[in-house]
Design a protein. Structure first.
Length: 248
C-alpha cells in the first residue's frame, strides 16, 4: 500500500514511522510512505500557506491554492488503481476499527493534514471523506494521521508477526480483547486461570470469548450494540446483567 501524507510538518512523522511495526512494514515493502509539504506548492517566495479568515476572527486559515496544487501533483504522478483521499478534521466521521478495515483495501491512501484554526472550506472538495479520531481538539492533523496509518497497517497481510494477531485485537470483532497472561504462573498469589493450562483449545476459546464479553460489558457496554453476538453470547450477557443488578 502506498500512503501519501500532505503535511506542513513532515518531521513529525520520522519517529513514529521509523520504529516498530510501521518500520518493519516499510522494510518489507508492504508500506510505501511519502510525505509532501504543501509549502513546496505555494505561489510566493516566502512559502505562505495560510491567511487571515474572511469575516474576521482569530487565528489563520490554510489557503486552498497550495493544497489543490499538492493533491493535483499526487494525482498526476501516481497511478494506483484504488485510491482514497482523506481529510483530517474534528467534524468528520469518527475513526473506528471498521473504518480501518474499509481503508485497508485501497492501493493508495492520501491524508490531508489540517492545521492552525482550520482550512479553507474549498479544500474539502479534494477529499473523498473527512475523518476524525475523536471529540477533542488537536493542534493539527498529523497525530490523527499517525493513529489511522498505524491501525490500517495492522490490517494488511504480512504486517503483523502472527496472522492471528489482528483478529484477536480489541475492537476487531466489536469486542474488547480477552485478558492475556504469561509466566510466572503464580505471581505473589495472583494466579493465572487454570483453563489456560488445560490443553483443551475449545475450552480455552470459550473462556476467552466469555472474558471478552465480560470486559466489554463492564468497560464499554456501548460496543455491544453493534457487535455480532451469538445466542450463547446473549445468554451470558443476560447472566452478567442479572449479577450486576443483584450486587447493587
Amino acid at each position: 500500500m502506498r500512503i501519501d501524507i500532505v503535511s506542513l510538518f513532515p518531521s513529525m512523522f520520522s519517529g513514529p514511522f521509523d520504529d516498530s511495526i510501521i518500520r518493519r512494514a516499510k522494510d518489507n515493502g508492504i508500506l510505501d510512505i511519502h510525505i509532501l509539504n504543501p509549502r513546496d506548492f505555494s505561489f510566493d517566495r516566502h512559502k505562505h500557506v495560510d491567511d487571515s479568515p474572511f469575516g474576521g476572527g482569530s487565528g489563520m486559515v490554510l489557503k486552498p491554492e497550495p493544497m489543490f496544487r499538492a493533491i493535483r501533483f499526487l494525482m498526476d504522478t501516481t497511478s494506483c488503481e484504488r485510491r482514497r483521499v482523506i481529510l483530517t478534521s474534528p467534524d468528520g466521521e469518527v475513526f473506528s476499527q471498521q473504518k480501518a478495515k474499509e481503508l485497508a483495501v485501497f492501493d493508495q491512501l492520501v491524508f490531508i493534514c489540517g492545521h492552525y484554526e482550520g482550512f479553507d472550506a474549498r479544500i474539502e472538495e479534494l477529499a473523498d471523506e473527512v475523518v476524525s479520531i475523536g471529540d477533542y481538539v488537536l493542534t493539527g492533523g498529523e497525530l490523527p494521521t499517525m493513529v489511522m496509518v498505524d491501525a490500517i497497517a495492522r490490517m494488511l497481510p504480512g504486517v503483523l508477526g502472527s496472522e492471528e494477531s489482528a483478529p484477536t485485537d480489541s475492537f476487531y470483532h466489536g469486542l474488547l480483547e480477552y485478558p492475556q497472561y504469561t509466566r510466572p504462573r503464580d505471581y505473589h498469589g495472583r494466579v493465572v486461570p487454570e483453563v489456560l493450562f488445560s490443553g483443551d483449545h475449545a475450552k480455552i476459546a470459550a473462556w476467552r470469548r466469555r472474558e471478552a464479553l465480560r470486559l466489554t460489558f463492564e468497560r464499554r457496554p456501548d460496543l455491544l450494540e453493534k457487535a455480532e453476538l451469538t445466542e450463547d453470547d446473549r445468554a451470558l450477557l443476560q447472566e452478567l446483567k442479572t449479577q450486576q443488578k443483584s450486587s447493587r
